[in-house]
Write a protein that binds this ligand. Structure first.
Ligand code: SF4
Length: 225
């Protein structure tokens, strides 16, 4: 499939044709071993690299950190089945980027509108903490996902890891786009919107309130009218 890089960005050094890794991707030995151990323990769970969800022709890409053990790693759909999904999908429905009712199950019929959700790291990491080498290993899939969105105009990154990996995937200088909640960075024709991750920890500690989170998507919606 021919892909179009958003205008104004440097050429990608080595674009991948595929944006989704194999089910048994071996590139991160620690994560592959964790995946196998979880498969042995929880045979009914998804337990594989979690594919992106939504519309590849959308104008908005949301980049999370990695699947949660009992969330996306269990259900196979990003942000589905754990606390972070409750806030994310409620907000996407409120701002017209999702339609239907979110029931925390991949068969709940929820669809995304003009939007795709992906993760910087596709396999569940122990304690939700991928190692730097694992983030690097998975970045080509993020870069390929970006490459495969011909109408892309906006990227919301959830948390510093997602932000930093997205900046590198776009071949931008990190110093030109430092992470800060609510910050907006211009990258050619693309706008990057930073948000703290919508994790239970961040919301329980008040680092991120629903109001702060909604404000990010209100800005995206206003820009994508
Ligand atoms: S995190 Fe990404 S690169 Fe690493 S094993 Fe999983 S799919 Fe492969």
């Amino acid at each position: 499939m021919k892909t179009i890089r958003p205008s104004g960005l440097p050429p990608s050094p080595a674009p991948l044709l595929r944006s989704e890794p194999d089910r048994n991707c071996p590139l991160c030995p620690r994560l592959a071993a964790f995946r196998e151990a979880t498969r042995a323990r929880e045979a009914g769970w998804f337990n594989s690299p979690v594919p992106s969800f939504g519309d590849p022709n959308g104008r908005l890409l949301i980049v999370g950190l990695a699947p949660g053990l009992q969330g996306a790693n269990r259900t196979g759909r990003p942000f589905t089945g754990d606390f972070a999904g409750d806030l994310l999908y409620a907000t996407l429905i409120e701002y017209g980027f999702a339609k239907g009712t979110y029931l925390a199950r991949p068969d709940d019929g929820l669809t995304l509108a003009d939007c795709l959700i992906s993760n910087a790291v596709r396999c569940v990491p122990p304690q939700n903490k991928p190692l730097p080498a694992e983030i690097n290993n998975c970045r080509p899939y993020l870069a390929a996902t970006i490459e495969a969105m011909p109408r892309l105009l906006s990227i919301v990154t959830l948390g510093r890891v997602a932000h930093d990996s997205t900046v590198k995937a776009l071949s931008l200088r990190g110093a030109a786009a430092p992470f800060a909640h609510g910050a907006i960075h211009q990258a050619g024709a693309l706008k990057l919107y930073d948000s703290y991750h919508c994790s239970r920890y961040n919301t329980n500690t008040g680092v991120l309130t629903p109001k702060m989170f909604r404000a990010v998507f209100a800005k995206v919606r206003a820009d994508l009218l």
